[in-house]
Design a protein around this ligand. Structure first.
Ligand code: V07
Length: 256
């Protein structure tokens, strides 16, 4: 079969780009991303780790535009894990300021792009200033109907499943639910992602070939794509390469 080289046109003028993926192929509806390698990127340049995080935030902006340009439905970015609290306090303090910094500069453009922002993870432990910025962004963008942009913040896959199990146990204990009624759909409805379909594609940067507690339940049937590129060096071309590979796999399944 001849591979078609698609030329995608979409979004704003600066989004106009030629790509190597098949524009007749299906664009994965939900793409999840583990944005790894910010610290290593900085170390390689003799810069402090926070410089890597800051550069990584610029990549988030680029990839949101790239996703929007080709009609990705949902983009879920792993920004801060439940394990990340163990990092030095200075680094955690800096990371907790990034949502505000990002939103202060980007919210206007995200509104213009009709992007809806939401957060998955435990809100309780977040500093008040971080939570306030997130709630404002969720509130402001809640009626937008374009790309759904989820940030996983203070997120852990096992913690999420434990929370769901406790909620279900409480329902059983209160006599509101029979154990026979527990099924996959019920469990899904108690996860942070209750309103979000499972990811079709997971991208992880920076060379580690594992899921590290990200969306454990939701990744059951997801295609995985890994690259050695550090997150701050990850560009639109890499993102489209991941989608091209996803389409190649989908075509191969379609052939059998
Ligand atoms: C963070 C930059 C990207 C690389 C990974 C770690 C550092 C964007 C956000 C963000 C979060 C919520 C929101 C808007 C933006 C962010 C954290 C870290 C904690 F509504 N980047 N980024 N949040 N990094």
């Amino acid at each position: 079969m001849l591979e078609r080289l698609g030329k995608m046109l979409g979004g704003k003028q600066e989004d106009t780009t030629s790509t190597t993926f098949d524009d007749k192929g299906v664009i994965p509806h939900h793409i999840a991303v583990i944005m790894d390698g910010n610290g290593r990127w900085a170390k390689k340049r003799n810069l402090p780790r926070i410089a890597g995080h800051h550069q990584g935030m610029k990549t988030v902006k680029e990839i949101v535009r790239a996703a929007d340009a080709i009609g990705v439905g949902i983009l879920t970015m792993y920004a801060f894990s439940t394990e990340n609290w163990k990092r030095p306090k200075d680094e955690v303090d800096y990371l907790m300021k990034l949502p505000q910094e990002f939103l202060a500069t980007e919210l206007k453009e995200l509104m213009e792009r009709n992007v809806r922002i939401s957060m998955i993870g435990s809100r309780e432990e977040l500093p008040e200033h971080t939570l306030k910025a997130l709630l404002e962004a969720e509130q402001k963008t809640k009626n937008n109907t374009g790309l759904q942009l989820n940030f996983a913040l203070n997120y852990g896959g096992r913690v999420e499943i434990v929370k769901a199990m406790k909620e279900i146990a409480d329902l059983v204990k209160a006599g509101e639910l029979k154990p026979e009624q527990i099924d996959e759909e019920l469990i899904s409805s108690h996860l942070y992602t209750r309103e979000i379909p499972d990811p079709d594609l997971l991208i992880r940067t920076s060379g580690e070939i594992r899921v590290s507690n990200f969306m454990l339940w939701q990744l059951a049937y997801t295609e995985f794509w890994f690259t050695d590129v550090f997150w701050p060096d990850f560009k639109r071309e890499h993102f489209y390469q991941a989608i091209a590979d996803y389409q190649r796999r989908a075509r191969r399944y379609g052939a059998v």
